[in-house]
Design a protein around this ligand. Structure first.
Ligand code: ADE
Ligand code: ZN
Length: 319
């Protein structure tokens, strides 16, 4: 029995497996510039975050209808459930779809067709987090939030993702203030490729409750001390860090030292179709390679529920 866990850092578009990409391409008459799934998998050799994002955005061309978004989410939820995920807080990137002429309603309602029945169909409770693309303008983020207003009953929070370096959190102060005023929870990617100062800025300027990745906090002892003191959760994604070369190998990952320092770490899969593993695979990999004992693994699983946006009673039930 895999350890029950919550997944808090998961881009739904990053769960698009090559087989489903080709199936949706055929269904929608979209031509992919790869001969077959094997040729596509060959392209999964990344130098850094940007080289991954290029492929990630390119493959989104196959996602066109509500049915496509439903099928994508359903496939993820089935895989996650099989690996012990009981609760998933799922990111989506509406700007990448709006830019292709796909409406906000198509994306949200399509995802919701799978998410809304997920507790019954997969035993997984869910939340949806709308991410702004930080390499797009602040105005575009504001327009995106406005486009999401009719769907806010489906959306729990906002996040910030895409190319990090050169796009500090403060650029999005206004849209985060607007999101907070609408009652939305706030998270942001920070300290994945960007410097520790971006983590501080996400906390102080955007008011985030969790930091996605946050890996580079280890370079700033005063920041580590603050994150420990304030019990700020970090949603770490070790398999992603290896594939995007933010760490050399999994054996070099600072997770054990971060846990020893008292940081509230959680383990997540980020873009599992691209990075070689879902939530349970991630737990298995860190157990095997970083030598974490059962107590540490249980701590990570417990942290994932503590750091989630589930209410206390729901949280106990999910565990
Ligand atoms: N979008 C999808 N995956 C991402 C990641 N790891 N970092 C930033 N943006 C992303
Ligand atoms: Zn991410």
């Amino acid at each position: 029995m895999p350890l029950p866990k919550a997944e808090l850092h998961l881009h739904i578009e990053g769960t698009l497996e090559p087989e489903l990409a080709f199936e949706l391409a055929a269904r929608n008459g979209v031509e992919l510039p790869y001969a077959d799934t094997e040729a596509l998998r060959e392209a999964y050799r990344f130098e850094d975050l940007q080289s991954f994002l290029n492929l990630y955005y390119e493959l989104m061309a196959v996602l066109r209808t509500e049915q496509d978004f439903e099928d994508l989410a359903d496939a993820y939820l089935a895989r996650a459930a099989a690996q012990g995920v009981r609760h998933a807080e799922i990111f989506f990137d509406p700007q990448a779809h709006l830019a292709r002429g796909i409406g906000m309603g198509t994306v949200v309602e399509g995802l919701w067709r799978a998410l809304g029945r997920s507790e019954t169909s997969h035993g997984v409770s869910t939340r949806l987090i709308l991410c702004f693309l930080r390499d797009e303008s602040a105005e575009s983020a504001l327009e995106t939030l406005a486009a999401a207003e009719p769907y806010l009953d489906r959306i729990t929070g906002v996040g910030l993702d895409s190319a990090e370096v050169g796009h500090p959190p403060a650029k999005f102060r206004e849209v985060y203030e607007a999101a907070a005023a609408l009652g939305l929870r706030r998270v942001a990617h920070a300290g994945e490729e960007g410097p520790p100062a971006y983590i501080t800025e996400a906390l102080d300027v955007l008011g985030v409750e969790r930091v996605d990745h946050g890996l580079r906090c280890v370079e700033d002892p005063a920041l580590v001390e603050r994150l420990v003191r304030e019990r700020i959760p970090l949603t770490l994604c070790p398999l992603s860090n290896v594939r995007l070369r933010t760490v050399d190998t999994l054996a070099d990952h600072p997770l054990p030292a971060m846990l020893d320092a008292g940081l509230l770490c959680t383990l997540n899969s980020d873009d599992p179709a691209y990075f070689g593993g879902y939530a349970g695979d991630t737990f298995d990999a860190v157990r095997a390679t970083l030598g974490l004992d059962e107590d540490r693994l249980r701590e990570l699983a417990r942290n994932s529920f503590l750091a989630s946006f589930l209410e206390d009673d729901e949280e106990r039930r999910a565990r």
